[in-house]
Design a protein around this ligand. Structure first.
Ligand SMILES: [Zn+2]
Length: 321
């Protein structure tokens, strides 16, 4: 399990250089990064891969009207979800901004598409600029990230250590950047997004970032958790992460477990059992109360392993006694 965590940390960590000295050594050759050997991860085998997949995006049908559009060959292994109602569709996250995600979406549905991010990290808003209807929370973090990010900020995402395959045509390590976008509408806690026979409730769950949200489909029992929960080490170490807020938010999500049938996180694999949310809540309580020692520590980061997931925090993170 430790080995698996090491690989996952390598595979989707912009700050990998901070933890490399202790956790592992880089491959000596120009071989593909270690995470490439795990693609596709086992959780995808339960779902039908669709023919609209291309060299960059792989598309899976999760259910009628629910599609996962993933970028499996880039170390974030981000998963964007297209949720299609009778009248409209919602794209929840738009990926890294490498490749034409709108062209994929257009092949799946002819309905009007609104885009909304689970939060404004670069691997979730990269394709926003391609869409005309863009919902977003009205937070300072969101509005700052909506300005885009230049090549210096994101170039590592398009570098050899982040990739199992070549980049989409026209994208290079030297020209990749995150394009700005302009929200056309705002969401807040409790906002309802009606797609026609399908309603999504916005839950504000700050912590991973100040603008993190989840989407709840009460009728089907589906919860889309963004980066607040996914299979793998959950990143809780960024400057914009607030652990006290995360504690409240993960407890809020875990309290929904009795009405949930499926949890869809934003990285690695598209389905998790709802009970995982309770496990994360309890694990976080252990760590946050100072009652759990990390499994690995570097100068900057501490990693706590809990089997099917982990918590990755700053080495000197706050603890509430
Ligand atoms: Zn994130």
């Amino acid at each position: 399990m430790v080995e698996a965590f090491l690989r996952r940390i390598v595979c989707r960590c912009r700050f990998v250089s901070l933890i490399l000295p202790i956790f592992l050594a880089m491959p000596a050759s120009a071989d593909a990064p270690a995470f490439c050997a795990e693609i596709p991860r086992p959780g995808w085998s339960a779902f039908e891969k669709l023919g609209v997949s291309n060299e960059w995006f792989h598309v899976y049908r999760i259910d009628d009207g629910l599609f996962a559009i993933t970028e499996p060959f880039q170390w974030q292994e981000v998963i964007n979800y297209l949720i299609v109602g009778a009248d409209k569709a919602l794209l929840f996250d738009s990926g890294n901004g490498m490749g034409d995600i709108k062209a994929i979406v257009d092949q799946i549905t002819a309905l009007p598409v609104t885009v909304l991010a689970s939060h404004s990290h670069i691997d979730h808003v990269g394709g926003h600029w391609q869409f005309q209807t863009i919902l977003a929370p009205d937070t300072a973090f969101t509005n700052d990230r909506a300005k885009g990010r230049g090549n210096a900020f994101v170039r590592e995402e398009a570098s050899a250590i982040a990739l199992c395959k070549g980049l989409p045509e026209g994208v290079t390590e030297d020209n990749h950047h995150t394009k700005p976008f302009v929200p056309t509408g705002r969401v807040t806690d409790g906002s309802m997004i009606e797609l026609g026979g399908l309603a999504l409730e916005v839950l504000s769950i700050p912590g991973h970032t100040p603008d993190s949200i989840a989407l709840l489909d009460r009728a089907s029992g589906r919860l889309f958790t963004g980066d607040s929960y996914y299979k793998g080490p959950i990143w809780l170490y960024s400057a914009e992460t607030n652990l006290a807020a995360y504690r409240t938010s993960i407890a809020r999500l875990a309290a929904l477990v009795p009405i949930l049938k499926a949890v869809h996180g934003a990285h690695n694999e598209p389905f998790s059992a709802p009970v995982e949310l309770e496990k994360v809540r309890d694990a976080f309580e252990l760590v946050y109360s100072g009652n759990r020692k990390p499994n690995a520590v570097s100068d900057t980061q501490a990693r706590y392993d809990f089997g099917s997931f982990g918590l990755l925090m700053q080495a000197n993170h706050e603890v509430e006694k």
